[in-house]
Design a protein around this ligand. Structure first.
Ligand code: NCD
Length: 485
């Protein structure tokens, strides 16, 4: 096998994923995803010919589902059975020692001593990373809160590739809850990696979080542009286009057409419309009925336009009201097929991570240059501000050492390594204050020039003036006023 080199395209002959975990979609290169797809094709063929498959023989998969699931859990378990392996499962926190206050790390160590591979779904964002850090066996993220759902992405891409033969250069519209939908948060990065253009069509109030847009631009290249006003107002309402992402390889660069309108974007047709339901279980307490009422519905009427003539209608399911039943018999609809692909795709992934199979890949590897951000270790007491992050939960805070990538210096922006939530902290200081005199032990606004001046190894970050002051720092002239009082 040729080792992929940063920024170069190389031929990859055989891919092995033995002993690896899949926590976010970033864990797989395009070549590795292609390896999963070609093995999934092989698995489908073997299943169809009723050839006994032995890749999981003697192996046990732990199936840990602490949030509702039908497709993901059953397809993972069916996949392991079809590979000839065994399954042990826990499907309710209340029936495990987590309910007694056990930490995820301790549970992971135990599961790692009983099983050969583990699949976890959990409401806390970053939970799968903690399990992967402690289990000592390959771990697959089957959905961690609103963060990511990488195996759904694999079968989404597999579906598109089967229907269109490629992903590169396609135009994919993402519809509905782009704020909380974890399937969306994984799919976006994979589409960017494969070189697809993306149309963001959120339900009002459920737009893609800014930190995800930032990651898309800084790590995957390309650009995100908000379309200008268009004359086709009624169509605009029917098709709520909020922003467009084009990859660096896209032939039409949006920077050259700043007033890109809906008409321009739709002219070449939409290759896939990926619909999602409102993730109401993740709404904040002050969000709610209003967001649900505005939710746009995809039905036969919407798909009458010529831009949708060949559109694949996709949905990770379950659907609620956002996808009309009148589309079920429409040849453009893919969602039940998409769910059925869950078994061969997950069989392929399990076999590869268990080291039972290798997969040949043809074609070129598209490599997104890795961005090596400096790490901030969270001293003296910085915690992730995302209340759904695994690192701030009562049972986990005792042992998880917070870590943040410094993804930008102007404005200073940190990203939690667990939930990947990005945020701009309020105050900063240097641990090397001038000549060590306590009179010069000052803190500054994170938006002042100090954000670029302080060396990473000396950087101290605070979320409030009070916190900075509790560590003995006094406000400098650069605290933006409020803190000086
Ligand atoms: C999705 C999920 O759990 O995130 N379902 C799935 O795995 N197929 C989508 C959803 O629940 O809306």
């Amino acid at each position: 096998m040729t080792i992929p080199l940063e920024g170069r395209r190389v031929e990859v002959e055989k891919v092995t994923l033995a002993r690896r975990s899949l926590v976010t979609i970033d864990d797989l290169s395009t070549g590795e995803m292609e390896a999963v797809f070609s093995l999934a094709d092989g698995m489908s063929a073997e299943l169809a010919r009723q050839i006994p498959i032995e890749s999981g023989r003697g192996k046990i998969m732990a199936s840990l589902f602490f949030e509702p699931s039908t497709r993901t859990r059953l397809s993972f378990e069916a996949a392991m059975h079809r590979l000839g392996g065994g399954v042990i499962s826990a499907v309710d926190v209340g029936a495990t020692s987590l309910a007694k206050g056990e930490s995820l790390a301790d549970m992971a160590r135990i599961v790692g001593s009983y099983a050969d591979i583990a699949v976890i779904r959990h409401p806390w964002e970053g939970a799968a990373k903690v399990i992967a850090d402690y289990a000592g066996i390959p771990v697959i993220n089957a959905g961690d809160g609103g963060h990511q759902h990488p195996t759904q992405t694999l079968l989404d891409l597999y579906t598109i590739r089967k229907e269109r033969g490629t992903i590169k250069g396609l135009k994919i519209a993402l519809w509905g809850d782009l704020k909380y939908g974890r399937t969306i948060h994984s799919l976006i990065f994979a589409l960017a990696k494969f070189g697809a253009d993306i149309l963001f069509c959120p339900s009002p109030g459920l737009e893609l979080p800014e930190h995800i847009i930032q990651k898309l631009i800084t790590e995957y290249g390309g650009e995100v542009v908000k379309p200008g006003a268009s004359n086709g107002k009624s169509k605009e309402r029917l098709f709520p286009l909020d922003a467009v992402y084009t990859t660096p390889t896209s032939p039409h660069q949006l920077a050259m057409m700043p007033d890109v309108s809906l008409e321009v974007e739709l002219k070449t047709g939409v290759d896939a419309l990926y619909v999602t339901r409102t993730q109401k279980e993740r709404f904040a307490t002050d969000e709610g009925d209003e967001l649900k009422q505005k939710y746009p519905v995809v039905d036969k009427k919407l798909l009458k336009g010529k831009e949708f003539r060949r559109t694949l209608v996709m949905h990770p399911l379950p659907r609620v009201d956002e996808l009309a039943y009148d589309l079920d018999t429409d040849p453009r609809s893919q969602y039940f097929k998409q769910a059925a692909y869950g078994v061969p795709v997950r069989m392929a992934l399990l076999a590869l991570l268990l080291g039972a199979r290798e997969s040949p890949v043809s074609g070129e590897e598209q490599i997104v240059p890795a961005v090596d951000f400096p790490i901030y270790h969270g001293k003296p007491g910085l915690r992730c501000p995302n209340s759904k992050c695994v690192s701030v939960q009562k049972t986990e805070i005792k042992y998880i050492e917070p870590e943040f990538k410094i993804v930008n210096r102007q404005p200073l922006t940190l990203r939690c390594i667990y939930c990947e939530h990005g945020f701009e902290p309020e105050y900063i200081a240097s641990s090397e204050w001038h000549e060590g005199r306590s009179a010069s032990k000052k803190y500054h606004s994170a938006r002042s020039h100090w954000a670029q001046k302080i060396k990473t190894e000396n950087l101290l970050v605070f979320t409030s003036a009070r916190e900075a002051e509790s560590h003995g720092f006094k406000p400098s002239h650069y605290t933006g006023g409020a803190a000086e009082k």
